[in-house]
Design a binder for this molecule. Structure first.
Ligand code: GLA
Length: 403
């Protein structure tokens, strides 16, 4: 088991962008024309609210997916990725039945279908984002691909449009029912800040994190594959609740309204969403007033709501959150992302970070009922920039912008 920190291993840490560049140079004997990258995200608070038109508060991670490429002036994409088989397809071809490259293919296809400048390219992908750990590795791949494809064609696209295309790849092409949070966080975050997203009108508000505490990601090492059906079941319950109350979405419901829901399970699902939206507002207020303790309390309250009302935590996430909360200097902790497995997030006093990380590594073991398939890992992270161009020799700049 290891503590991994991009900042503490400076010197030894080679970024995904650099690895993609080196892979490209090795494969093609020349430097890439374009390098882009898009980060993973951790959501600080506001879970399962995005598809209810609600509020979320993610931040971008220092871990990214990078693509180094050269436009090839055809409609073909030829791509290789560390640890995966090479892929080659025409943007217009139907998507393959399965495989990692469908994320690349689907995104390039929708970028072109929506009328953005799009051209084929030859490239190499590298990533620092663990897959299946609830840190949005697929959103990062989609967003990086969209930016790569537009930049290769010397075009530009707003981060919101980029995120919407990436979400449609999941929903419409791959049949995965995700909300917009992951893609928008990857596309639009600002370094140094979390972003409050209003998932109804997609307005973004940057919120600075407390300077006296550090966000730490706790990877339980568990991975879950059944999330999609559970995720769809939660969406159905939220939809049933909104219909019963008579509102367009649970964003418009108040706690009093929930009394009209007779089904206990549906009522608890709705209660989570209504209270989660309030917690995001309270968390933004706590951050703006420098109240680190309150932010931590809200994170722990959020975990309890996800565990008891929304029922998307599971034994490993519950165990690591309980352990984190018991360690000195931890203000609060919660699962992050879709749930059931993967990562939790904790807020820890700066001067307690080393002790905290070591304690988690020393004492966490995934429960027998949910064994880990990956090692436990602990990552102190700083809020990082959203998708951007690292290198562009195509003679244009600024191909992603917020408005
Ligand atoms: C997954 C989805 C997001 C969001 C979270 C839960 O990460 O991709 O859209 O719904 O779960 O908050």
């Amino acid at each position: 088991m290891t503590v991994f920190s991009a900042s503490s291993t400076a010197g030894a840490f080679v970024t995904a962008a650099e690895r993609a560049r080196v892979a490209f140079a090795k494969a093609h004997g020349s430097e890439p024309t374009v390098i882009v990258q898009a980060p993973g995200r951790v959501n600080l608070i506001g879970e399962h609210t995005d598809y209810n038109d609600g509020f979320v508060l993610p931040m971008a991670l220092p871990f990214a997916t990078a693509i180094a490429l050269t436009p090839n002036d055809t409609c073909r994409i030829e791509v290789s990725s560390e640890g995966f088989a090479d892929a080659c397809f025409s943007i217009e071809d139907p998507l393959a039945a399965e495989g990692w490259s469908r994320y690349v293919h689907g995104t390039a296809q929708l970028v072109a279908a929506d009328g953005y400048p799009a051209t084929g390219w030859t490239g190499c992908i590298a990533t620092d984002i663990p897959t299946g750990a609830s840190l949005s590795s697929s959103a990062a791949l989609e967003v990086a691909t969209g930016l790569a494809t537009v930049t290769a064609a010397r075009g530009s696209i707003s981060s919101i449009e980029l995120a919407k295309i990436a979400q449609r790849v999941e929903n419409d092409l791959l049949g995965l029912p995700s909300g917009i949070m992951d893609q928008l966080a990857s596309a639009a975050c600002t370094a140094g800040c979390a972003v409050r997203i209003d998932c109804r009108d997609l307005s973004l508000t940057d919120v600075v994190l407390p300077s006296d505490a550090t966000v730490i990601i706790l990877d339980t090492g568990t991975r879950r594959k059944l999330l999609e059906s559970e995720y769809a079941a939660r969406q159905d319950a939220c939809h049933t609740a909104a219909t019963t109350i008579g509102v367009a979405s649970l964003r418009d419901a108040r706690l009093n309204d929930l009394d009209t829901i007779t089904d206990d399970r549906v009522r608890r699902r709705a209660r989570h969403v209504v209270t989660a939206n309030r917690r995001v507002s309270d968390a933004v207020h706590a951050m703006q007033s420098g109240d680190t303790a309150r932010l931590g309390e809200l994170m722990s309250e959020s975990h309890r709501s996800l565990r008891d009302d929304f029922e998307v935590t599971g034994p490993a996430l519950d165990a690591i959150v309980t352990l984190a909360e018991s360690i000195d200097g931890c203000h609060g902790a919660r699962m992050t992302g879709g749930g059931f497995a993967g990562c939790a997030v904790a807020l820890v006093d700066n001067d307690a970070v080393d002790h905290f990380c070591q304690s988690v590594l020393d004492h966490f073991n995934a429960p027998d009922t949910q064994p880990a398939t990956e090692p436990t890992q602990v990552w102190p992270v700083t809020p990082s920039a959203g998708a951007h161009i690292v290198t562009d020799q195509t003679s244009r700049q600024d191909s992603v912008h917020r408005d």
